[in-house]
Design a protein around this ligand. Structure first.
Ligand code: HEC
Length: 130
């Protein structure tokens, strides 16, 4: 009797800290190392100011990869790695429609761009044009 009760009481803090870690650890807990590095770069390079610390910002990255996006010339493209490389390396090419702000130039090198894209891919479930 007593033992059972003791286990329940002692077990509780362990369970709640595990739940808390899952809830508060945000993306880091589930991201693969390359994607986690991409998230770190996006935050330190100032991308998070517009794209959000967890990719949920004004221009969301969550759910972007594999989705269709409309460009300001009216065409539609699928967000694949090539599109994302262009979007980061040449922000004034293939501009997505519907934003008042312009994405600024940035000094990311190919390696950093690759990691940020790993992060965006990790955030985006593949979806199709509706
Ligand atoms: C001042 C706000 C701002 C900042 C800072 C910014 N972006 Fe953007 N970004 C935008 C806007 C607006 C768009 C959509 C228009 C376009 O395609 O240029 C965009 C589009 C993108 C896209 C294409 C995704 C899509 O849905 O079309 C990627 C990838 C991206 N940004 C990466 C980055 C990275 C990496 C950084 C940091 C080095 C960064 N951005 C910094 C505003 C910003």
């Amino acid at each position: 009797m007593w033992t059972g009760r003791l286990i329940v009481v002692l077990g509780l803090p362990v369970v709640s800290s595990a739940v808390l870690a899952a809830a508060c650890g945000s993306e880091d807990a589930v991201l693969a190392p390359d994607a986690r590095e991409g998230r770190r770069i996006a935050i330190s390079a100032g991308c998070a100011g517009c794209h959000g610390a967890d990719g949920e910002g004004g221009v969301a990255w969550v759910g972007t990869f594999g989705a269709g996006v409309e460009l300001d010339d009216g065409s539609r493209v699928v967000v694949d790695r090539d599109y994302l490389v262009r979007a980061i390396a040449e922000p004034d090419v293939d501009v997505a429609a519907g934003y008042d702000v312009a994405m600024p130039d940035n000094g990311l090198d190919d390696e950093e761009i690759g990691r940020v894209i790993d992060y965006i891919v990790a955030l985006g479930p593949e979806t199709t044009f509706s």
